[in-house]
Design a protein around this ligand. Structure first.
Ligand code: SAH
Length: 363
C-alpha cells in the first residue's frame, strides 16, 4: 500500500490487506469489518463520515490514507442513456468504462488493462501503444467510481442501476488474472458491493490455460470472443488463435466449471462484411458449438477511424442470426448503443428475440 506520491487509498483494498493496514496502526481487528462496511457498503469518500468509529481513530486513518477513486477525466452520456467515462489512474494512464442501462438491469463494462497486447485486427484498443495491467484497486475503483456517479451508495437492495458487470472493456482479463480474480472477490463480497458471480461475465479472446482456473476460482460467467469458425480466419482476426486454436478453445469451454443449460457460455461474434458473415459460416458455427451450453451474441462491427473492416448488412446479420436461432441457440443481435459517444465496450447490446426481429424486419 505504500505510495511514494502520498497516502495510499483504501478504496479497492482487499480484506487481508485492510487487516494488515489496521494491524500496522495498532487498531483492534474488529475495526476491519467496520471499515469494510463504510468503504464498500456505504461508499464513504471521507473518513470523517465514519460515525461509528471514534473520532481519534478517524483522524488517524485520515492522516495515513485516502479513499480516493480513479479520477473521471471525461464523462459522456449518449442519447440512449449509455454513459461512458474515461478514468485516469494515479500514473496518468487512462481506461474506458461504460454503463448500459436496460429496463430490468444495468451493466457496467469494466477494463482490465490499459491498452491490450492481443492486436485483434477489428479492435481499436489493439492500436494503442501503451499497455499495462490494472491493479486490483484500479479494477475495483472502476465499480466504485460508477456507483459514485450513479448515486448508488449505500448499495440499494432493489432497483439498482448497476446490477451486472462485464469484463469486456479494454484489455485481456485472463492476461491479468491474479488482479482480476482478487478484484472480483472484493466486488462479490456480500458485506460490500455484493455483486454476485452470476451477474459477472468475463470475456476472453481465448487464453486457454487460464479458463478452467477462472471457472473454479472466481466462478463467473464466461464469454468467448470467437469471431470466426476456421483457424485460418481466426488466426487473422484474433492472432492469439495461433497459440490456442479453435479446437483447444472449445475443449476448454466444454469443461468450463459451473456451465450448464441454465448458465450458458456466451460466444461473441463480431459481424464483418464479407469476412465472416456468410450462411455457411453460421452453419459451421452451429456445428462447432454442439455439446456446449452456449448462446451466441452477434455484434455489429463498430467502425473506428482507419479500421480495415465494414459492418455486415442488416440482411446478412438477420440471415446469420436465423440460422443460429433455428439450431436452438439464442442469437441476439447487439443493438449498437452509445454510438454517438463512441463507446467501445463489447457489451453494447439489447435483448434477444425482439432485437433479432427488429433487424430481420424490412427497412
Ligand atoms: N480481450 C477480451 C475482452 C475485451 S474485447 C476479449 O477479447 O474478449 C471485448 C469484446 O469487444 C470482443 O468480444 C469484441 O467483440 C468486442 N469488440 C472489440 N472491438 C470491436 C469493434 N470494433 N466492434 C464491435 N465489437 C468490438
Amino acid at each position: 500500500m505504500s505510495n511514494a506520491d502520498g497516502p495510499a487509498s483504501l478504496a479497492g483494498i482487499g480484506r487481508e490487506g485492510l487487516a494488515a493496514e489496521l494491524a500496522r496502526l495498532g487498531a483492534a481487528p474488529f475495526r476491519a469489518r467496520q471499515l469494510w462496511h463504510w468503504i464498500y457498503h456505504r461508499g464513504a469518500t471521507d473518513f470523517a463520515a465514519m460515525t461509528s468509529l471514534a473520532k481519534g481513530f478517524r483522524d488517524e486513518l485520515a492522516e495515513a490514507y485516502t479513499l480516493s477513486r480513479p479520477e473521471v477525466s471525461r464523462a459522456l452520456v449518449s442519447a440512449d442513456g449509455t454513459r461512458k467515462w474515461l478514468l485516469r489512474f494515479g500514473d496518468g494512464h487512462e481506461a474506458e468504462m461504460v454503463h448500459i442501462p436496460e429496463e430490468d438491469r444495468g451493466t457496467l463494462c469494466v477494463s482490465s488493462q490499459v491498452g491490450c497486447t492481443l492486436n485483434c485486427t477489428f479492435c481499436h484498443t489493439g492500436t494503442q501503444r501503451l499497455v499495462r495491467n490494472l491493479t486490483v484497486a484500479e479494477i475495483v475503483g472502476q465499480i466504485m467510481a460508477a456507483r459514485d456517479a450513479l448515486g448508488e451508495w449505500p448499495s440499494p437492495p432493489e432497483g439498482r442501476q448497476l446490477t451486472n458487470i462485464v469484463l469486456m472493456g479494454m484489455g485481456e482479463p485472463l492476461y491479468n488474472y491474479d488482479n482480476v480474480a482478487a478484484a472480483m472477490k472484493i466486488v462479490m463480497d456480500p458485506e460490500g458491493l455484493a455483486i454476485s458471480r452470476r451477474k459477472i461475465t468475463l470475456s476472453t479472446a481465448g487464453v486457454v490455460p487460464m479458463i478452467a482456473r477462472c471457472g473454479a476460482e472466481i466462478g463467473v460467467n464466461l464469454a468467448i470472443s470467437l469471431h470466426a469458425v476456421t483457424d485460418e480466419l481466426r488466426d487473422r482476426l484474433v492472432p492469439l488463435n495461433r497459440k490456442y486454436p479453435i479446437a483447444e478453445l472449445l475443449d476448454a469451454c466444454r469443461t468450463y466449471p459451473g456451465s450448464s443449460n441454465a448458465r450458458r457460455i456466451t460466444f461473441e461474434y463480431v459481424m464483418l462484411k464479407g469476412v465472416n458473415d456468410s450462411p455457411a459460416e453460421a452453419r459451421e458455427l452451429v456445428r462447432l458449438l454442439r455439446g456446449i451450453p452456449a448462446k451466441v451474441n452477434l455484434i455489429p462491427f463498430n467502425p473506428w477511424p482507419g479500421s480495415p473492416y465494414e459492418c455486415s448488412s442488416d440482411a446478412a446479420i438477420a440471415a446469420f442470426s436465423d440460422i443460429v436461432f433455428a439450431a436452438g441457440y439464442s442469437a441476439p443481435v447487439r443493438t449498437p448503443r452509445g454510438r454517438d459517444i463512441l463507446a467501445a465496450c463489447g457489451q453494447l447490446k439489447s435483448e434477444s428475440v425482439r432485437a433479432r426481429r427488429a433487424v430481420a424486419a424490412p427497412a
